[in-house]
Each structure stands twice: as C-alpha cells, then as structure tokens.
Design a protein. Sequence first.
Length: 132
Amino acid sequence: SSQEMYNISAMAILWVNNIDNDVEFSPLLGMLWDYDIGDPMELYGVVHLLHTKNSKVSFEFAVGLAYSINHEIGAYCEYYNGLRFDPTNLGHGADIGFTYLLNSETQIDLYFTTALDKNAFRTLGFGVSRRF
C-alpha cells in the first residue's frame, strides 16, 4: 500500500503560559502541513493565530522536524517567530515536544516552549490536532 507523503491538519491548542507567576490560558487555532522526508523523519510547518489574556493577538509561523519513535509516539523540535498586531513586538522561540496518536486522525501533544529573544518566557502546553 502507498502512503501519502504530504498532509494538512487543523489545530486547536489551549496555550498555558506562566509569566511573572501569572498563569494564562489562551486559545490557539491553526493549520499544519507535513512532508515525509524518509522514515522516521518528517519536515513540517505551522501557521496559527493566538489570542492572549491581555488581548494581544498574534500570527505565528513555525518550521520543525518530527521523529517517529513508534506508530503512536513521536518527538519534535521547531523554530518559530510570532508577529503581534502591534508591529513593535516580534518574538522568536523554540519548542520541543512529544506526540501521541490516538487514531489515524487525532493526535495529542505535550510541549515546552522558550523564547530566543529579549521576551524571556517559558511555556508548558497540551494540544489536540485533527487531520482532515
């Protein structure tokens, strides 16, 4: 049987952030594409919209590399940048995470994010992805 080399997914993530001991829960919606570069590696990209507690809205763009540990479990790392609708605030960061495939269309993620610029922050997150 042949396997598709290219996929597109919708994402919905509840983003949990702790800045200066202030916990924040923010919704994130986006699209993810991935391309099989050879078993067990995939190259992927993400475009998403994030809304934060202080009413900041931003677009984020990411590129990453995913590794399949087995059929259900994977790991990934990615670089991203974000642009808020306030153009004076551009952020760069990196994520590492693990994924668990519930079925062929649904995946859950657990990830850690850190800033790579002057806006030093750290985030622990949990997400659900649905392939269509």
